[in-house]
Write a protein that binds this ligand. Structure first.
Ligand code: HMG
Ligand code: MG
Length: 309
């Protein structure tokens, strides 16, 4: 068994994955306040918005206003999602320095999400990745539905490997392996990760769990034992993909940090500061967020609504 990493990189996806499924449009200034609070927590990476079709994701239609207004820390990366060249042009115009392209391991989901076949998505990404590389940008490649698809059910590891190979051939710097609808169990992680690590290398592999069925932390633990050291999560456990029925929240950042820190694994992230960011977000969306740690912290009065709103 591989030694558990002593340090883990937590990628905060709340402002993008957390917000994209919110029905009520959140004012741009509230998004910026949320991101500023997350910035105070010291994340190495915060995914801030998406340059996708505003018809597909109305909530993030203000990407061109949000991105330039984020106060950037020099040590933090601020990636944005880009599905095509139109998105790439918008991302460049806004000053983005890191992007994420996104496809999936199952055809039906890819069609529902980006209206392309998997093969078409790879071709759409080719000029995007080339342009990114010319501009010295970091490129992440997401693969969704890697442990199960809302339309097709089971997804075989070989389907994921085939898409991973194509993204790596395009030149992405990192792969993020998405359990889009939160169906994975640890044995699936143990089956899939070594196949991908063989191709990408462990250091270029991120895991992106949704916690729909309560298995996300168990899956993280399995992945840690395989040597994975990058995990995506969203503050408060907000999130979901509108094109993935039942894709409830991402793994909550607070729950992930609590477990990692308790295991003696460093992240460099201030958990109390994340609680303040989530408490602010809960006040904006006017409902409690699902993170277990957040609920415990708030009911213990540790954050008192973050004192921020
Ligand atoms: P389409 O309708 O096939 O594309 O959408 P189109 O080229 O015909 O464009 C339709 C309209 O959108 C046109 O406008 C375009 O100009 C415009 P119209 O002429 O009708 O006025 N358009 C754009 N506008 C702004 N920015 C753009 C852009 N592209 C086209 N980039 C498309 C195809 C890919 C554009 C669309 O389906 C789309 O934007 N999808 C994004 C869906 C999305 O963001 N899903 C959530 C993110 S993925 C996720 O959550 C999973 C993840 O978290 C990992 C996991 O959990 O597994 C990453
Ligand atoms: Mg997601």
């Amino acid at each position: 068994m591989t030694e558990i990493p002593r340090r883990v990189r937590v990628v905060e996806v709340g402002p993008r994955d957390g917000l994209q499924n919110e029905k009520t449009i959140i004012p741009t200034e509230d998004k910026l306040r949320f991101i500023a609070l997350l910035n105070e927590a010291g994340f190495p990476e915060i995914e801030v918005t998406s340059f996708v079709s505003p018809k597909a994701i109305p909530q993030l239609a203000d990407a061109a206003e949000v991105f330039p207004a984020v106060e950037k820390k020099p040590e933090t990366r601020y990636p944005v999602l880009v599905p095509n060249m139109r998105g790439m042009e918008r991302a460049l115009a806004a000053g983005a320095q890191a992007i994420a392209v996104f496809t999936a391991a199952s055809e039906s989901f890819t069609r529902a999400n980006i209206n392309m076949t998997i093969a078409q998505s790879i071709e759409a990404f080719r000029p995007v990745v080339e342009t990114a590389k010319t501009n010295g940008m970091h490129v992440r490649g997401y693969i969704s539905t890697t442990f199960g698809c809302p339309y097709e059910g089971a997804v075989a590891p070989q389907q994921v490997v085939a898409v991973a190979d194509q993204l790596l051939a395009l030149g992405v710097d990192e792969l993020s392996i998405g359990d889009t609808i939160g169906v994975a169990t640890p044995n699936q992680v143990t089956d899939l990760v070594p196949l991908l690590a063989e191709r990408a290398g462990l250091e270029r592999l991120a895991l992106h769990f949704h916690d729909t069925r309560g298995t996300a932390l168990a899956n993280v633990l399995a992945a840690l034992h395989l040597g994975v050291s990058t995990f995506d999560s969203s503050a408060g456990g907000a999130g979901g993909c509108p094109y993935a029925p039942g894709a409830a929240g991402n793994l909550a950042t607070e729950d992930l940090l609590y477990m990692l820190h308790g295991m003696g694994i460093q992240t460099g992230i201030d958990l109390a500061a994340v609680v303040r960011a989530s408490a602010f977000l809960a006040s904006v969306v006017r409902r409690p967020l699902t993170s277990k740690y957040l609920q415990a912290a708030l009911s213990a009065g540790e954050a008192q609504n973050g004192g921020v709103r």
